[in-house]
Design a protein. Structure first.
Lengths: 382, 382
């Protein structure tokens, strides 16, 4: 792997400002959707059923609007870590100061990139205007509540992909805040290579913001159209094991549609999608694009090269093969020294402790996974 | 890998009767659906629109019935190899004698396990009675036309999974012919772990027949419900690269539903589904079943152990990583010395030549992949 590292170029000084960067941390809204009230016009509040006539003092169920979430399955392990609850009893992950203490201080994390907890399912909303309204208010809430609370927080701004022009405008608006380092794109049932998304990619590339994908948007929610390949999984454990399929499908789509030729500056960060599928996708795709090149003549390089240049992966959930050597070979195939970034997924149930996750990786790539790749991906905004 | 081989047990003499077994060869019907006429009652012929009133002298388009096939994509490489056409000009793969000469004689293949070309899409038919009628007639046609033509042919009998009881009855009927060594299950949009299929598994296990899965049934055909995860792929190259998702989903489903606890004798052969995804599925599933065991308490062993004991993979399309070492590590993870069987996929466009495919594998497992694993999977019928 040494020769590969040499190709990546020497570490610059900036890489050593931080000890550890966590690329997947979820803030939770303390008071549910009502927290968005101060960030909406009165027309917006009425439109979303969050207006003053309603008693929203308790969380969740009194709003006229809610963001869809995966309610098809029971996760008997609980979705959020109970011990991530602040002393005031608020929901796990709802207190920026407590999160800073429990996650950042305790683990030496100097930068945490936030991915909105409640807006993951925004891609499943049928109404593009409601989705855009929620996205903008959520970004303002995140900036005011979390990004102001601790200088170590950075965040994904979120967009409703249902209306790509509105999403592009929101990227240009919220992207003015330099603490937003990426764009969370909650998936719909349109694969990422499709022209539908190009205004979003154009705006993101213009501002130098990577696009982030995370599980549990449209693909986790619909039952009538199976959320994964082949049919609807029966159990949470099936769905959760198979959810890497959505990432496979979207990487294949991005490459085959030539998105990285069209947007040469674009980076895509896949969070919580795992790593074990990378060999299958790059080997199949490299082979198939050779055999079927007339169908996609705009794919000018090997798919595995586009992926290494443009797609970034995060560690959690880290594969745990019986032989650690197998994980190391996977890192070699995935070019982890360039493509992999640490993530904890705090405060979710299957949180990865950085001490264990990083130790499992080859020693020679730990610094790159801990810090350098994140610095290169998020740039100066980090 | 040597210690793993030792666990498998010593090769028995029977393993050396053959030089090479090909587990995925597609016979094609010379005259289209009209070839089924002699194998249908007159009521059956009327039911399927194949009765004598119709002029069926040309193939394909004059029948009232056709088996669904994947018509969503253009494969500009052509689906069938042109050079697999017999001298009489019939369709590629339609002549048992020519196939025997071109494929078996030329490559030293002593057993070829047939998987019906036209019936792959049977799982997409809405009508269970039509599917059952076609399956039975097809099995009789296959027995009369191919299994009688050369003593090296063995075959999958096909069933319509839409009516599991009828399918079980067909397994018990056609399974009387010892040349049928397995059951082809054309996938529907119901995952394989579901109770729906248990009568089929029961009958197959009773006769000692493995269940075979192959791409391009229901999952390749429907557009309204996306054929793969996350949305409908736009291009053939996308669909073809991603089709391993269906295999991932079904293996996960089989394990999580406890099918191998319920049917301890059952074997499942996954043809043409690739290998590169195996690490992702077994690592995620082993980890998740530990964390979520209350949801599926009937899963008593590690998922990777069920898979190694009950699921078999075929070589084509063989992964072609840049470093051959990576393929060898994949074989180790997949326990290929027990689980992998050679296949060519003749006469399809992406046929694997046995000389190249077998040479790419680790030398110490070639004999097992060429012959022994197939003998153990198909048993005395082979």
């Amino acid at each position: 792997m040494t020769e590969l590292l040499a190709e990546v170029g020497p570490d610059t000084e900036s890489h050593h400002r931080y000890r550890l960067v966590d690329c997947d941390v979820h803030p939770i809204m303390r008071g549910g959707m009502a927290d968005l009230r101060p960030h909406l016009s009165s027309a917006g509040r009425r439109r979303l059923g969050l207006d003053e006539r309603r008693d929203l003092t308790t969380t969740g169920h009194r709003e006229a609007v809610s963001v869809p979430r995966n309610m098809l399955y029971v996760n008997q392990a609980g979705v959020l870590r109970d011990d991530a609850r602040a002393p005031d009893g608020s929901a796990p992950g709802a207190d920026p100061a407590f999160t800073a203490q429990q996650l950042l201080d305790a683990n030496g994390i100097d930068r945490a990139v936030l991915i909105g907890g409640e807006v993951l399912g925004l891609g499943a909303m049928p109404d593009p205007d409601a989705a855009a309204l929620i996205a903008a208010a959520y970004n303002d809430w995140l900036a005011a509540t979390w990004l102001e609370a601790d200088e170590r927080y950075r965040a994904n701004l979120v967009v409703g992909a249902q209306d790509p022009s509105a999403a592009a405008a929101e990227i240009r608006r919220s992207g003015q805040n330099p603490r937003f380092v990426a764009v969370l794109l909650p998936l719909t049932n349109i694969l990422m290579g499709q022209r539908h998304y190009y205004p979003i990619y154009e705006a993101a590339a213009e501002l130098g913001l990577p696009i982030t994908v995370h599980p549990n948007s449209g693909e986790g929610i619909f039952r009538t159209s199976p959320p994964l390949a082949g049919g609807t999984p029966t159990y949470y454990v099936e769905w959760h094991t198979g959810l890497s399929q959505v990432f496979q499908a979207n990487v294949i789509s991005l490459v085959c549609h030539g998105v990285f030729e069209r947007f040469p500056e674009l980076k895509v960060v896949l969070t919580e999608g795992g790593l074990g599928w990378i060999p299958d996708v790059i080997w199949r795709l490299d082979k198939n694009v050779r055999g079927l090149r007339d169908e996609v003549p705009w794919v000018k390089r090997l798919p595995s090269e586009y992926i290494a240049d443009h797609v970034r992966f995060t560690t959690q959930p880290l594969p745990e093969p019986r032989r650690r050597h197998h994980l190391h070979v996977l890192c070699e195939i995935a070019q982890a020294e360039r493509t992999l970034m640490f993530s904890s997924d705090y405060p979710h149930w299957d949180f990865d402790d950085p001490r264990h996750a990083l130790t499992a990786l080859p020693a020679e790539i730990r610094q790159r996974v801990s810090v350098d790749n994140a610095v290169e991906t998020y740039g100066d905004r980090l």
